[in-house]
Write a protein that binds this ligand. Structure first.
Ligand SMILES: [Zn+2]
Length: 330
């Protein structure tokens, strides 16, 4: 069984053209990457999201984890009713899109138009047309393969969703159907624009929330604890320049958290408003794989070591004399 490396997975997934509603090339490649992977079952749900389960033995982590990434990226698609007309779907300024087309940066394949940038891995960086969120998809695939190749006994799930860039349509379907345990925690694996002091190359961001919601406290805590236990450098923070699928899942009444790899040229737009490849630091990608591997393979990752109740009880005892002495003033 040849085990694909992270680099080979990134190259295979990131070179696939994709756009909202046209995620089939990415989907096919994900299925191909997982084809000979032991302990893995793949299903397609009613919205054609991919639902993957890794199950090796009876061992489970305390929480059932559901890692999620989306397979689309802002891009051009053919108008459903006007086959010769193209429309751009996803968040990018129309004048920048237009300038990109005029500069000859649009590449057409079948019903998909993407930005014409190759996948480049050099000097610790990865540049590509669609890091968002094909880097997230690749990270999850790498987590699955690494654990399978080490024959790690655990159970967890992954979802690869459609049509995130037009408003979380695939994630909403997953959140509504929820084919997992009631208390399972969704972990959005995303790329995001660095804000609020977070820095590219500083490690994955354990996201406490996004523009729309704050995330599950125990889920965030489990991610932070795992990072500390494994000695993985992470940045804990609020990335509120955008929203991710964790918000959609949470709005369906499910628990959700998020991990982000920070990226440059978010949605193919430079600070100078030009069309460009997105890029990430490879070290951040590798650390995210390590963090998620440890998260889903550790039995007690979700356990809060010292609950607040216990902390306060200890302090009450420690300060009993102070409380007593101050009593006369009340
Ligand atoms: Zn996006």
């Amino acid at each position: 069984m040849p085990v694909p490396t992270l680099t080979s997975i990134l190259k295979r997934i990131l070179k696939q053209p994709t756009a909202p509603f046209h995620e089939y090339h990415v989907r096919d490649e994900i299925e191909a990457v997982l084809e000979d992977c032991p302990h893995v079952k793949i299903k397609r749900d009613g919205f054609d999201n991919l639902i993957v389960t890794y199950k090796n033995g009876k061992r489970k982590s305390r929480n059932a984890w559901v890692l999620g990434a989306h397979m689309d990226h802002p891009g051009f698609v053919r108008q459903p009713d006007l086959e010769d007309d193209w429309t751009f779907l996803g968040g990018m300024k129309p004048e920048i899109v237009e300038a990109g087309v005029e500069a000859g940066l649009r590449k057409i394949k079948g019903s998909i138009g993407t930005w014409k940038f190759p996948v480049k891995i050099a000097d610790g960086q990865l540049h590509a047309a669609a890091c968002d969120d094909l880097v997230g998809c690749s990270i999850i695939l790498s987590v699955i393969w690494d654990l399978a190749s080490l024959d790690v006994e655990t159970t967890f799930h992954a979802v690869f969703t459609r049509a995130e860039e037009v408003g979380f349509l695939g994630a909403w379907h997953v959140g509504q159907k929820w084919p997992f345990a009631d208390d399972a925690v969704f972990v959005s694996v995303e790329t995001s624009r660095p804000v609020n002091g977070a820095q590219i190359g500083g490690g994955p961001v354990v996201r406490v929330g996004d523009r729309l919601s704050v995330f599950d406290h125990a889920g965030v805590d489990a991610l932070m604890r795992t990072a500390t236990d494994q000695g993985i450098r992470v940045q804990r923070g609020l990335l509120d320049a955008g929203a991710c699928e964790a918000s959609a899942i949470q709005a369906c009444g499910r628990r959700a958290a998020g991990v982000s790899v920070l990226l440059g040229n978010y949605h193919n737009t430079t600070d100078e408003h030009e069309v460009a490849p997105e890029w990430v630091a490879l070290e951040d990608v590798k650390s995210t794989v390590a963090l998620l591997k440890a998260l889903v393979a550790t039995r007690d990752a979700g356990k809060i070591v010292r609950p607040m109740e216990e902390r306060v009880a200890v302090r009450m005892r420690d300060y009993a004399d102070f409380i007593k002495a101050a009593k006369k003033h009340f």
